[in-house]
Design a protein around this ligand. Structure first.
Ligand code: GDP
Ligand code: MG
Length: 177
């Protein structure tokens, strides 16, 4: 954690998208600061957070962009997607509707982002397994069909959050290096 005095070999912009309240801001808080809050307010003012990590002996600065309450359809502007080399498409495993909206988000992404963007589908809140409304298999099948990486995460207990970011960043690294 922290970016102190490190030489940076690469900067990768990654955008978080998906419906409101699926946990995008908490996934980012977990990754960037190893923090989690159960009553997170809509992020206002902060456009992105960074964390520098080492991949294959190179220093990679991940610049992760978070929507500031612009999750309504078509409200995320093209500026948000500009220059992004990775995207995390997040739904809540306890809210079927947030998964049903994923094709829409993917369409948005494909309309605005670079066609070679690396995309991972993320089913968040696996700590709420007893309230699951989206079977893992459905999401896995969708991801395979669309050529996306796929993982289920919990920002609350930190399951797979690090792995999700590393999956995207490592794939980007292989593409650009
Ligand atoms: P966003 O609108 O997509 O940025 O969603 P937030 O990150 O603000 O999270 C919305 C709500 O879900 C907040 O109350 C979070 O504390 C909660 N939340 C986020 N991630 C998780 C998780 O992994 N597990 C549980 N149980 N709650 C979560
Ligand atoms: Mg948010």
């Amino acid at each position: 954690y922290g970016d102190a005095n490190q030489k940076v070999d690469y900067v990768f912009k990654v955008v978080l998208i998906g419906d409101s309240a699926v946990g995008k801001s908490q996934i980012l808080a977990r990754f960037a600061r190893n923090e989690f809050s159960l009553d997170s307010k809509a992020t206002i003012g902060v456009e992105f957070q960074t964390r520098t990590l080492v991949i294959q002996h190179k220093s990679v600065k991940a610049q992760i962009w978070d929507t500031a309450g612009q999750e309504r359809y078509r409200a995320v502007t093209s500026a948000y997607y500009r220059g992004a080399v990775g995207a995390m498409l997040v739904y809540d495993i306890t809210k079927r509707q947030t998964f049903d909206h994923i094709p829409r988000w993917l369409e948005e992404l494909r309309a605005h982002a670079d066609k070679n963007i690396v995309v991972i589908l993320i089913g968040n809140k696996t700590d709420l397994e007893d309230q699951r409304a989206v079977p893992t298999e459905d999401a896995k099948e969708f991801a395979e069909k669309e050529g996306l990486f796929f993982l289920e995460t919990s920002a609350l207990n930190a399951t797979n959050v690090e792995t999700a970011f590393l999956t995207v960043l490592t794939e980007i690294f292989y593409i650009v290096s």
